[in-house]
Design a protein. Sequence first.
Length: 54
Amino acid sequence: MQLEVAIELLMEPGLRVEDAGRRLGYSESQSFIRWFRRQTGDTPSRYRSRHRLT
């Protein structure tokens, strides 16, 4: 569930990775990035660039 929300947030144009992490309750962006990478195998930025619709 949390991963689905994270992915939805990352697809929002203009929303920074740090802000997506804060919305999910992470006070440190590195903690969010580490968690996301463990879940998906990609950092949030890399996931975003690979999956964002143009």
